[in-house]
Design a protein around this ligand. Structure first.
Ligand SMILES: C[S@@+](CC[C@H](N)C(=O)[O-])C[C@H]1O[C@@H](n2cnc3c(N)ncnc32)[C@H](O)[C@@H]1O
Length: 497
């Protein structure tokens, strides 16, 4: 098996015991579809016309509009969310930014994409690394344990996950660390999740038992029997709501890509923000703002962090104000309480030009088609995370980005799969190998023998890992980028991978 060749230098020792569970297989991740790329759905890619429009009472430049190709759906009547968006545009007397559109589409409290359903896996729209293989959450667990150890084994620790989806990463992480009583007993788990439907799924996945007398629908839920001790778990709508005062480890996997981006296009009069309007035939369309918008401040900030030559080459720029602000919050929290943050997402180590995309049922679709029925996401701008963290706190140190493949490799995924392969059925072994390859491989799987449209696509280099850390606790520093773990010790036990 070709995949086996990837799993080299196998160690017979894997003292961390992680029970094997059935693994999910081979659905497209958010960048694996063989259908159209994001740029081909962008209205401005092929249309760079640049004429001036005088500012009139309706302050919209319609000159460089592009008619998107026919929608991928049969004509349909407007959904609740479409009506809502059209209402905002109508009553506000003009278009809304792409950022506001994205925010409404994903998280509108009544009918946003994430709010009422499970969107993951074969029946959903896309698949993520924790859903691909249990090894992903387990490796993040190893990272958490290493950090906890290097922090001087704090007795209380806030473990925060941003946007936990189905709760799979956290469940695999907790199962992995469950042998380490000191780690487990230190944990206060905080899940930052906007979706009531996903909160419910996370609650079930983690086998939470609600505390007696807890309010029915809110915060106080207790995870009781997972590791035979009481680990408090609570849900929050935002990172700011997570209580401060304890060392804190924050994990965000595919969270930043869901934060709303604002898009700008360069025309002769300068940078104009791309907006969403309603056309005469009542469909949504893109227009350009003729004058600076509030998000322009973030564009200026982002350009300041880039080399002038990098900006000069671009005709479009995407910025994510919420990512910048969230990073500041994280950096400040880590600065004051101690801890670390792990951000894993697809993205680039450069200014992002135009990456916003819509995915429905594992295929790219038009961004404006039936809003709320497809996932919207954008590549993460890693340098802006670095700069936001460093500006927020001079003491924060930022490492990376490195590739997911480097990250998982340095934490010992090769040894982990070897250990799992020693005790499984042939079917599970096939699943493990495919999952492993999807986590660390690059491009189309060379070993695939099934139908072309199902070929597994590697996430190993597209996904990047950024670590933001600060060291007020006993002067510890965790140098992820330099680390090449072949052995480590936790709670006095020495492990060789
Ligand atoms: C792409 S999913 C990733 C899920 C999970 N981390 C995984 O990798 O499988 C994004 C997650 O973030 C949540 N989310 C998106 N935007 C959010 C926001 N503004 N506030 C809180 N949660 C949000 C979604 O409901 C979902 O759980």
């Amino acid at each position: 098996m070709a995949l086996r060749k990837l799993v080299r230098h196998a160690s017979s020792i894997s003292n961390l015991y992680f029970p094997s569970t059935p693994l999910s297989l081979s659905f497209s991740n958010r960048f694996s579809s063989s259908s159209t790329s994001s740029s081909s759905t962008s209205p401005f890619v092929a249309n760079n016309s640049d004429s001036e429009t005088p500012i009139s009472s309706i302050s919209i430049d319609r000159s460089s509009l592009y008619n998107p190709p026919g929608h991928s759906h049969q004509p349909h009547s407007d959904s609740e969310l479409s009506k809502h968006l059209k209402g905002i545009i109508k009553f506000r007397g003009g278009p809304i930014s792409v950022g506001e559109y994205m925010s409404q589409v994903l998280t509108n409290p009544k009918s946003g994409y994430y709010i009422n359903r499970d969107v993951f896996g074969a029946q959903g729209d896309f698949i993520t690394s924790p859903e691909v293989s249990q090894m992903f959450g387990e490796m993040v667990g190893v990272w958490v344990m290493c950090l906890w150890e290097q922090m001087g084994q704090p007795q209380r620790l806030n473990l925060v996950e941003l946007g936990p989806g189905r709760g799979t990463l956290m469940a695999d992480l907790l199962r992995g660390v469950s042998k380490f009583k000191n780690v487990v007993e230190s944990l206060n788990i905080h899940l930052v999740e906007c979706s009531p439907a996903l909160q419910k799924i996370q609650h079930q996945k983690l086998k939470c038992v609600d505390e007696e007398n807890a309010a029915q629908d809110t915060d106080k839920r207790t995870l009781s029997f997972l590791v035979g001790s009481q680990i408090p778990v609570s849900w929050h709508a935002t990172m700011e709501q997570v209580p401060s005062g304890l060392p804190t480890i924050i994990i965000g996997h595919e969270f930043f890509d869901a934060l709303p981006v604002h898009q700008f296009q360069k025309v002769s009069r300068g940078w104009c923000e791309k907006m969403v309007d309603v056309a005469e035939d009542s469909s949504f369309r893109f227009v350009l703002s003729p004058q600076p918008t509030p998000a322009t401040l973030y564009l200026l900030k982002r350009c300041k962090w880039a080399a002038p030559e990098e900006i000069a080459e671009l005709n479009q720029i995407e910025v994510c104000p919420q990512a910048m602000e969230l990073t500041e919050t994280i950096a400040n929290r880590i600065s004051s309480d101690g801890g670390g943050a792990l951000i894993i997402d697809y993205g680039f180590n450069e200014v992002i030009s135009d990456s916003l995309q819509a995915i429905r049922k594992h295929k790219f679709v038009d961004l404006l088609d039936d809003p709320g029925s497809a996932d919207l996401s954008a590549y993460v701008d890693f340098p802006s995370i670095r700069h936001s963290a460093e500006e927020a706190s001079g003491e924060v140190s930022v490492h990376g980005p490195i590739t997911q493949s480097q990250f998982l490799g340095s934490l010992g995924i090769n040894y982990r799969i070897e250990a799992l392969l020693q005790n499984c059925t042939e079917e599970q072994a096939e699943s493990l190998r495919t999952g492993y390859w999807r986590l660390v491989g690059d491009g189309e799987a060379p070993f695939w023998e099934g139908p072309d449209e199902c070929v597994p696509i590697g996430m190993g280099t597209r996904y990047k890992v950024h670590v933001t850390l600060e060291g007020p606790i006993d002067g510890w520093r965790f140098q992820l980028v330099d680390v090449s773990i072949s052995s480590y010790s936790i709670s006095g036990w020495r492990f060789r991978l």
